[in-house]
Design a protein around this ligand. Structure first.
Ligand SMILES: NC(=O)c1ccc[n+]([C@@H]2O[C@H](COP(=O)([O-])OP(=O)(O)OC[C@H]3O[C@@H](n4cnc5c(N)ncnc54)[C@H](OP(=O)(O)O)[C@@H]3O)[C@@H](O)[C@H]2O)c1
Length: 237
């Protein structure tokens, strides 16, 4: 049965994914900063383990991942859900910095670490939750959308690297629209999807080892439109 690490599993999409994989009989190792929230799944799930780690703390994260690897042996899949972002219409750098430290630096350190482990074990599946927000620049949260664009681009680089390695290494880029979690901030949100429904669609996409998945399905036409809409129109939205 599968062994899965979920980073950012203390709430929202990551927690729902942890529950789904546990229901399927997988062993799930969860990482995040909030130990209390991670503990909640322990009582009813003997195949669940967790470690506290802040992905912006590189040595703590490395220690946690290596210790999980030692405990689990071969890891079949790692799902990176950890992320943050603030609305920042006034361009206050104090608000941008944690987004960059988490979604760019911590995230890169983590995915490099995971990729190297999977390459060494000659296979595996890495998935990262990016965002539809990474497809275009967004003035209300510019660092967030830019950080998600970075992740999307980075994942494409890893997909090419995995292809060239000729190993059974799969990299999935999961792009949600709005999801009903603490991360959905601001006015004028629409089609805000329940986290369990989003997790169920992510689960299916990962079973198919999809390279890119837009979730939920209703966001697919919008994703296409967002990607190709000329800036002269996009700036007026
Ligand atoms: N909600 C949306 O509308 C939406 C839309 C598109 C994409 N996304 C993306 O989906 C992912 C999951 O977010 P969510 O919506 O499920 O929100 P969430 O409930 O706030 O989940 C965020 C998760 O990231 C973890 N995390 C944040 N900073 C971390 C750090 N420095 N180290 C370790 N873990 C950290 C949090 O755990 P701790 O706080 O316990 O560390 C939590 O488990 C994020 O990458 C987000 O950008 C969300």
């Amino acid at each position: 049965m599968k062994k899965i690490i979920i980073i950012g599993a203390s709430s929202g999409i990551g927690k729902e994914l942890a529950l789904l994989y546990l229901q399927q009989g997988a062993t799930v190792a969860a990482l995040a900063r909030r130990t209390r929230s991670l503990e909640e799944l322990c009582e009813t799930n003997p195949k669940y383990l967790y470690l506290t780690a802040d992905i912006t703390d590189y040595s703590q994260t490395k220690e946690a991942i290596l210790s999980l690897r030692a405990r689990l042996g071969r890891i079949d899949m790692a799902i990176i859900c950890a992320g943050t972002g603030e609305l920042n219409p006034k361009l206050d750098f104090e608000k941008e910095a944690p987004t960059l430290q988490t979604n760019v630096c911590g995230w890169t350190h983590l995915i490099d670490l995971l990729y190297n482990i999977f390459e060494e074990q000659k296979g595996g599946h890495i998935a990262a939750i990016t965002s539809l927000g990474g497809l275009r620049g967004e003035p209300a949260a510019p660092a967030y959308s830019a950080s998600k664009a970075y992740q999307i681009n980075y994942l494409e680089g890893l997909q090419k690297k995995a292809f060239r390695s000729r190993l059974p290494l799969y990299i999935s880029d999961i792009r949600p629209g709005f999801v009903d979690t603490a991360m959905a901030k601001g006015e004028g949100l629409f089609w805000v999807m329940p986290a369990d429904k989003v997790a169920a669609q992510i689960f299916k996409a990962l079973q198919r080892k999809q390279r890119i998945a837009v979730v939920t399905k209703r966001y697919r036409p919008l994703a296409y439109l967002l990607k190709y809409l000329p800036f002269t129109l996009y700036k007026r939205l």
